[in-house]
Write a protein that binds this ligand. Structure first.
Ligand code: SF4
Length: 320
């Protein structure tokens, strides 16, 4: 089956301004050769610590920022090579939910105006249809029709995230990139929003790329999971395989830090030594070697490649 999304050797380097007299051109290697596929109706989780590059991957896919190199194929379109005039069509099919539901809603606009805006931009329906579409979508995300007359500040954080989700649904997208969609919410509200996203996927056949640092959220929502470290994917497999049989020492350490006992076998907490290296000057060989408890001499010299080690299980480590 043709994947809905194919990301191939995606790189995003940000140039660093070292001053006008500097001869060296430093770059931050935020994303450094990331490849994966996403099938229609699937949820793929991108996990990793802050600074691992997962958010930059999401923004490159949407062309909110231009990748340095690599390809993003969505529904047979090469997103990285689309002219600006074609991006509007693409944005209808791919939408994003941001972490901060308040920051992404214009405070001086009523909800009905916020929700009608995408319909107007993309020329969907007639003006007389718009209110009916707003009512339908508000109900779908668990809000009431009368909520359309209020302003964003009149809602709680969870309700604002429902409105942000409603706005993505207005254009009937195929893919939603959810960037830390619940991390700004109270724990008691997080489960409601996660359940809403799961229900919407079932009803509408949506595909999700879920970007999160929270392995419990990813475990609940995702079919497959890719673990990122310093701009690269270091392990990628199905949800159950990752939690039962993590192979990369970084994944093992991340999983050992999950407090909930219901996400797999009981694990000894693994403390990582060393500092997270700088993406400006990543270590030679395996970029995880300064923190790895299993480091060998070869790890400091030879970069391990992401290779298949079983059914749909990929890992980059010299031990495998
Ligand atoms: Fe650790 Fe070496 Fe594997 Fe890197 S390649 S994760 S340093 S054992």
């Amino acid at each position: 089956m043709q994947p809905l999304l194919t990301v191939g050797l995606l790189k995003k380097y940000f140039p660093l301004d070292r001053g006008m007299f500097s001869r060296t051109k430093a770059v931050v290697r935020a994303v450094d050769g990331v490849s994966f596929e996403l099938q229609k109706g699937e949820t793929l989780g991108l996990v990793g610590e802050s600074g691992s590059g997962k958010t930059t991957v999401g923004r490159c896919i949407l062309r909110l920022i231009k990748p340095t190199s690599g390809d993003v194929l969505f529904d047979n379109m090469n997103v990285t090579r689309l002219p600006a005039s074609e991006l509007k069509k693409l944005r209808r099919q791919m939408q994003i939910i941001f972490q901060d539901p308040y920051g992404c809603l214009t405070p001086r606009l009523r909800i009905r105006t916020i929700l009608k805006e995408p319909l107007e931009i993309h020329g969907i329906g007639t003006k007389s249809d718009h209110t009916d579409i707003v009512v339908t979508v508000l109900r779908r995300v668990g809000l009431r029709p009368e909520h359309m007359n209020r302003f964003p500040h009149e809602f709680s954080g969870g309700q604002r995230q429902r409105i942000a989700i409603a706005r993505t649904l207005m254009v009937n997208p195929e893919l939603i990139i959810a960037d830390e969609p619940v991390s700004a919410l109270d724990v008691s509200i997080q489960a409601q929003i996660i359940n809403l996203l799961v229900e919407l996927q079932r009803e509408l056949g949506l595909s999700y790329l879920l970007i999160s640092h929270d392995l419990s959220v990813v475990h609940y929502m995702c079919d497959r999971i890719a673990v990122m470290y310093l701009g690269k994917i270091v392990e990628m497999t199905t949800r159950s395989d990752l939690y039962l049989n993590p192979l990369h020492p970084y994944t093992q350490a991340l999983l050992s830090a999950i407090p909930e006992p219901n996400t797999g076998p009981k694990r000894e907490k693994i403390l990582l030594g060393g500092e997270v290296p700088s993406p400006i000057n990543p270590p030679a060989g395996c970029s995880f070697h300064p923190r790895c408890n299993y480091k060998m001499e070869t790890c400091t010299k030879v970069e391990p490649l992401l290779k298949g080690v079983g059914d749909s299980h990929w890992v980059s480590c010299h031990l495998r």
